[in-house]
Design a protein. Sequence first.
Length: 305
Amino acid sequence: MSKALIAIDQSKSYRVYLTITTDLVQKASDIHETTPVATAGLGRTLTAAGLMGIMLKNEGDKLTVQFKGDGPAKQILATAYGNGNVKGYIANPYVDLPLNEKGKLDVGGSLGIGELTVIKDLGLREPYVGTIALVSGEIADDLTAYFYISEQQNSSVALGVKIERDLTVGAAGGMIIQMLPQAEEGAVDALEQLIGSMEPLTTIISRVAEHNRALSDSGLVQALMEEIFREMPAEYKPRMLDEREINWNCDCSYERLQQVLMTIGKQDLTEIIEEDGEAELQCQFCLEKYHFDREALTEILNRIN
């Protein structure tokens, strides 16, 4: 599990959502056997979705973050719930590109030109859907633009995934800062200075982890927040409001895949039964496989109206 915290500064000018997701991103990478650039893209998206999930009011509320482009990665998608559960996949986990001009993993190049869509299912009649054109494909930049364009929310998003020489995930995490309606000018100026001079998030996570080996996961995230905002004026330093967890959790099941088979229609399902006599479906998120024999398929066919 990954610990996350929600904090607010003393002047109530901004709110912070912060997490370290190293283990979560490693798990996703292990499941999908991703290349470094795919790990970076998927890891950033999972981290962001997890933070956006804990912004939801109810545990059963759900959101989906989808990056879709004409680059070789094709699509990165993550789904998160208000209870902190998150899952995701990248359409091409084997995408491999040279480092970009900054010497970094080229997540933007892997996505190319395309769109970012955020779908929020809050239990209402229709889900909320917001779509913008990709700004850079670098995930954090696009989500910062999404919050401003689609939700009219001034935000700053920082995401990072550090890949070690042995291709393991050395550090991963994310931070979303959102301005509040009555933000003081001094807080805005201080944040702009902090964000403009801030080191890469994974650099800070690695340093904090190295210097605080004895701390629990919870203590480590708090130490990370203290390190990030160390130079902020006292009146604008954030204090923790709540602690949450962000966990990889795929909720696929045999019953859920039965529902998928019911949606393909009587004609197609009949053809499967007559020609193959069985079917195997695989979950896109966790890659678990579900087998349906002739008897199971016939039972599903009989249930279709």
